[in-house]
Design a protein around this ligand. Structure first.
Ligand code: PMT
Length: 321
């Protein structure tokens, strides 16, 4: 990926990316969440998940999107919660969500049945019951989901557009700066590298009667740079590197570490990302692999990724103390 113009990113953010109307409110929620869990001595991870949407018109009819389903982020959130972390889940609206992701391909109406009490007329509505076989492990998953919710360990925040993502990530970084090295950033979202500044965007729907469309897009500032240097300099930061060509992956991951000076890169290739990743740090390189046997047992690679990174985070905190 090309390096992006990094000078004065804060100014660029303010000038070229519309601030979401709820940014201040969300920042307050995130600050309160970080303070509460920080005071309890808990670590907090900010997970970004899903793809950003880049509008082509101000009154948006069309936009550029990407492939990310949010599965990496959603499943990682569950493993972080199981490891005792509090989780801010900054995710694309309608992308996969912790726990419900396990049932995302299922039509809810195929899991329910109507039961009529004896003697009730067939025209009465009856009681709706769940067919548990249609929802594997539902009782266990529901119990865990409710525990996490009741204990207030998961703070979900949504974004759709690139502008929302950038501003909310900055707000999250500022909110988490109060807990220093106990904060982790796990940047699994697929963020657009290109955008059209609001000042260059047509207001109305682009007309096909004008013929073939040519668009010119600018480079999005690389947000890792101010995140690591200015917004949350004490935090443990993990970026992800996605490529389609495996031969350039590790080199790109190393280059990202050299450039941004953060703690780790999780490197993955589009087609094999569910079963193979490499966690690269300045001094180490760990290949994580899901075998066929693991897959048959229902294991997920995110379990290994999270366990690798939580151990590295412990060492990071110890060094900081
Ligand atoms: O959601 P799934 O379908 O499960 O897929 C998971 C995944 C493949 C999306 C995930 O594992 C992954 O690799 N996410 C990062 C994809 C990506 O955007 O890679 P990149 O090489 O373009 O960006 C590298 C890093 O720079 C990312 O951590 C990103 O957060 C960060 N970035 C990107 C653009 C930008 N303007 N500023 C940034 O800081």
């Amino acid at each position: 990926m090309a390096e992006h113009g990094e000078a004065n990113i804060d100014g660029k953010l303010a000038a070229e990316f519309a601030v979401p109307s709820h940014a201040e409110e969300v920042k307050k929620q995130m600050s309160a969440f970080a303070e509460r869990h920080g005071a309890a001595g808990r670590r907090v991870v900010l997970i970004t998940s899903g793809g950003t949407k880049v509008p082509l018109e101000s009154r948006t009819v069309r936009f550029l999107d990407n492939f990310s389903s949010g599965r990496r982020g959603a499943s990682s959130a569950e493993y972080f919660l199981d490891s005792g972390y509090a989780v801010i889940f900054l995710h694309r609206h309608r992308s996969l969500y912790p726990y419900t992701r396990l049932y995302s391909g299922i039509n809810i109406l195929d899991t329910l049945q109507v039961q009529h009490e004896d003697g009730a007329s067939s025209s009465s509505c009856g009681q709706v019951v769940v067919n548990q076989q249609a929802l594997p492990n539902i009782a266990k998953v529901l119990k865990r989901y409710q525990e996490v919710k009741e204990e207030g360990f998961l703070l979900p925040i949504e974004f759709s557009t690139l502008s929302e993502y950038l501003h909310l990530l900055k707000a999250a970084a500022q909110a988490l700066s109060t807990i220093g090295s106990r904060a982790m950033f796990y940047l699994a979202a697929a963020v657009s590298d290109f955008y059209i500044p609001a000042s260059d965007m047509p207001e109305h729907k682009i007309q096909s009667s004008n013929g073939p469309l040519q668009i010119s897009m600018k480079m999005v500032p690389k947000i890792l740079s101010p995140l690591v240097k200015d917004w949350a300099p004490q935090a443990f930061v993990i970026s992800f590197k996605l490529e389609t060509d495996p031969s350039i992956l590790l080199d790109k991951a190393r280059r990202a570490l050299d450039t941004y000076r953060h703690q780790a890169v999780v490197a993955n290739v589009l087609d094999t990302r569910r079963g193979y990743v490499v966690v690269v740090t300045p001094d180490t390189q760990a290949e994580l692999i899901l075998t066929d046997e693991d897959v048959n047992k229902g294991a997920e690679i995110e379990d290994q990724i999270v366990s690798n990174l939580t151990a590295a985070h412990s060492q990071f905190i110890t060094k900081d103390a």
